[in-house]
Write a protein of this length. Structure first.
Length: 68
């Protein structure tokens, strides 16, 4: 199995930090749509995962808030 590694700098912005998303991770996305980047942490594996959420689709959380 071959692996790919990306490194990005963290930038201080006000009281928080920012970084960029590497372009190869974005190739499968439709550039005409807008997305939220969702960071998921698996505490058992001690790993972070990234998901891209289409903002034009309603999320489950939006539906729950709407029906509450």
């Amino acid at each position: 199995m071959s692996s790919v590694e990306f490194k990005r700098k963290l930038y201080k912005r006000g009281s928080s930090f920012e970084t960029t998303i590497p372009m190869p991770l974005l190739f499968a996305l439709d550039k005409e749509k807008k997305y939220n980047v969702v960071f998921l942490f698996d505490s058992e594996a001690n790993k972070w995962y990234i998901q891209f959420e289409d903002t034009s689709k309603k999320s489950i959380e939006d539906e729950v808030k709407k029906n509450a």
